[in-house]
Design a protein around this ligand. Structure first.
Ligand code: NIG
Ligand code: FE
Length: 430
């Protein structure tokens, strides 16, 4: 085993096998940090799983008693051991930046003005089509490396800048290749973003019908029959006025369920009944939610199978949207998660910065933000039985934070890559 020892704090987040924290449960992470005691985590190098954790002296003596040999020791003095961050929503495969649109938005243009004029997602679709596979793969891998430097160990990664079937298959292949690469620094959960925009000149209902009846079955076949896209686990649509309405979105989602888990862009720029539609379609997550209705919140709060409410602070901030009703959601009993929404509109890969923004802009406590970017973000991907907390048997997905307490992750703004001293993904030190 590898023994990471002498840490001043050990943050488990949960310690009882629960796979999501709802409402007030988000306020009580499991944190060990008695003064004068230091902490350790041991993992098996072959399986990449946690075998023990707790005060260093107790872990060492249990390992010895059970005949385990410590092969590698990692000194975590003056550090915190905490779960790796989970980013529940990213768009990392595209070419061409949109810094010119950032200037337009600062000058007052809205997201939908730019989109309707052929910019926004349409601009990125054109630039991505022009790029070679090699260029896209290199862009993707440098973005994943940056995520890892900021402490992310699991990320949801979407296609969506293809729009045609062939272009989406190409992006999904690039994501699946990255997911299968043993040297990939971040564990990836691949999402087929089937309805990101309606191609120029097409009718949305007709496009949704084509996606549901032709594109989705082909992706499912490539996943199951040829196995080329076996890493695809989720399906997504952008349910929004000027894109796909709730009925069109549901049609696409339902074509893929139950093979893929639903993960929906909902109620971002207007209330489209997106959250409630996500619940009715059995989706696992609904993202954005700036304009979610009361009935959408109650639907998401109803039980442990309801979608995780994934909040994306970068986008709300950049587009000057009202903050999503995060407090209402938590106080109603939703499981709230967080994501960076990394995309050409929201160019941010740092989950500690996202946690900071969730606290300052959306009113989460640091404890709630911690749950949201670990166990609950993993729950949005159906992976919280494997990762998202530090518990015996789970994957050794953790970070060492160069700080006296875990709260520095969200407090020391803009500095997260130097704060993160070491990242371990599935027992591999990256
Ligand atoms: O989550 N809202 C839709 N999709 C992305 C933005 C994509 C883009 O603007 O390129 C989002 O914010
Ligand atoms: Fe998004």
């Amino acid at each position: 085993v590898t023994l990471v020892h002498s840490a001043s704090q050990l943050v488990q987040v949960v310690a009882d096998g629960r796979t999501r924290l709802r409402g007030s449960e988000m306020r009580h992470p499991v944190v060990h940090g008695e003064p004068g005691i230091n902490y350790a985590l041991a993992f098996d190098m072959a399986s990449g799983r946690i075998v023990d954790l707790g005060p260093t002296a107790a872990v060492e003596s249990r390992l010895q008693a059970s005949g385990c040999t410590v092969q590698t020791r990692v000194d975590a003095t003056d550090c915190v051991i905490m779960p790796g961050f989970v980013d529940a929503h990213t768009h990392p495969v595209w070419a061409g930046d949109r810094v010119h649109e950032f200037a337009m938005k600062l000058a007052g243009a809205t997201y939908m003005d730019i989109h309707a004029a052929g910019g926004g997602i349409h601009f990125t679709v054109r630039e991505t089509a022009r790029a070679t596979d090699r260029e896209l793969a290199d862009l993707l891998s440098s973005r994943l490396a940056s995520m890892s430097r900021h402490g992310t160990t699991l990320a949801e990664v979407k296609s969506g800048y293809g729009l045609t079937l062939d272009a989406e298959l190409r992006l999904l292949q690039l994501l699946c290749d990255a997911a299968a690469d043993p040297l990939c620094p971040v564990r990836l959960s691949v999402t087929y973003l089937a309805g990101h925009a309606v191609p120029p000149g097409r009718d949305s209902a007709e496009f949704a019908a084509e996606v549901a009846s032709e594109h989705v079955p082909r992706v499912l076949a490539e996943r199951k029959i040829s196995g080329r896209l076996s890493a695809v686990r989720q399906i997504d649509v952008f349910c929004e006025r000027g894109v796909l309405n709730a009925a069109e979105s549901a049609r696409i989602l339902e074509a893929a369920l139950p093979d893929l888990r639903g993960n929906v862009h909902a109620d971002e720029l207007s209330d489209q009944d997106g959250a409630a539609m996500a619940c009715r379609s059995g989706a696992a997550a609904a993202s954005h939610l700036e304009f979610v209705s009361e009935s959408g919140i109650s639907a998401m709060a109803s039980n442990d199978c309801s979608p995780v409410a994934v909040l994306l602070p970068t986008t709300a901030r950049l587009l000057h949207l009202p903050a999503p009703p995060a407090r209402r959601m938590i106080d109603s009993g939703c499981a709230v998660g967080l994501g960076s929404d990394f995309n050409p509109n929201a160019h941010c890969l740092s989950m500690p910065l996202i946690g900071h923004m969730a606290c300052v802009d959306f009113g989460l406590s640091m404890e709630e933000a911690l749950a949201a970017c670990t166990i609950n973000a993993a729950a949005a991907l159906g992976l919280s039985d494997q990762t998202g907390s530090l518990e015996v048997g789970k994957l050794a997905d953790f970070v060492l934070l160069r700080a006296p307490r875990w709260e520095h992750a969200f407090y020391q703004v803009g500095d997260s890559d130097s704060l993160v001293k070491l990242v371990c993904c599935g027992g591999r030190l990256v």
